[in-house]
Write a new protein. Structure first.
Lengths: 130, 130
DNA sequence: CTATTTGCAAAGCCTTTGCGTGACT
DNA sequence: AGTCACGCAAAGGCTTTGCAAATAG
């Protein structure tokens, strides 16, 4: 994996996020620093970095892929109203059954994804008003 | 929700599945019984039935949505090679933390999705050969 | 130097939607 | 009869990809 300015700026911008932006959100932020970058480059670099384990590509419900600067194992919460995705605290992570013990089959388990969904605090508050 | 032949055939075909077909897989199977049905109708009915809680719409990793005839809560296993999705046994379901107790926030939690991924038995066996 | 990466634009894939016709209750 | 659903086809949204030029190692 070659080092390019595009790649490092994308990573830096992603790392300023506490939430989990989509590729086009990152694109528009990165463009403030690299006005000539293309959306394809953003996608290509996000893909490569997630392959390399530097970041996490999230494919949760709700359509668009999202990217997480923290590649450690943790659960996510997705708002069904505004589609935002937040991390859940680590102590929330459940001790999932031993990866190799899933029933009696010979599957090779690589990992798991735990996603909660509902209304985030902001959208929950707005719903109270109606 | 009105009763149409299209809807009941789609449901019947889905219910013959132990796995979790995509909309276009169902479309081609349903077309054997209703040759003039359109893909749009398949999508519309799957959406309605999942809204009604009759079936489950799965939005897991890997791109396409998949549909599950069993609307109860259970975990899934997705093959990263062939993209198939299987149910995991119910006794595998983890006791997830009480839905309202996720840290100290005021989120409204509606549910959760637990997905394991890796190589299914078939693809795991094929990998042994290489 | 040569292989990888970029920008651009086009294509691809899956899904949704507008419209006029037909079917359910 | 009135509304909801259908078939068709087009549009839509997100993501990937082919290509020639630029760039990293």
């Amino acid at each position: 994996m070659r080092n390019t300015e595009q790649k490092s700026v994308i990573l830096e911008v992603l790392q300023t996020h506490k939430d989990h932006p989509t590729a086009d959100q990152l694109y528009s932020e990165v463009r403030e620093r690299l006005p000539r970058i293309s959306l394809g480059t953003v996608y290509r670099n996000l893909e490569k970095m997630s392959q390399a384990g530097v970041i996490l590509k999230l494919e949760l419900g709700g359509g668009q892929k999202r990217f997480d600067p923290t590649p450690t194992d943790h659960a996510h919460f997705r708002c069904v109203n505004c589609s935002s995705v937040e991390d859940l605290p680590e102590d929330f992570a459940i001790d999932l059954p031993d990866i190799s013990s899933i029933d009696g089959t010979n599957r090779i388990v690589l990992g798991n994804t735990l996603e909660y969904y509902g209304y985030c605090e902001k959208c929950a508050a707005e719903r109270q008003l109606n």
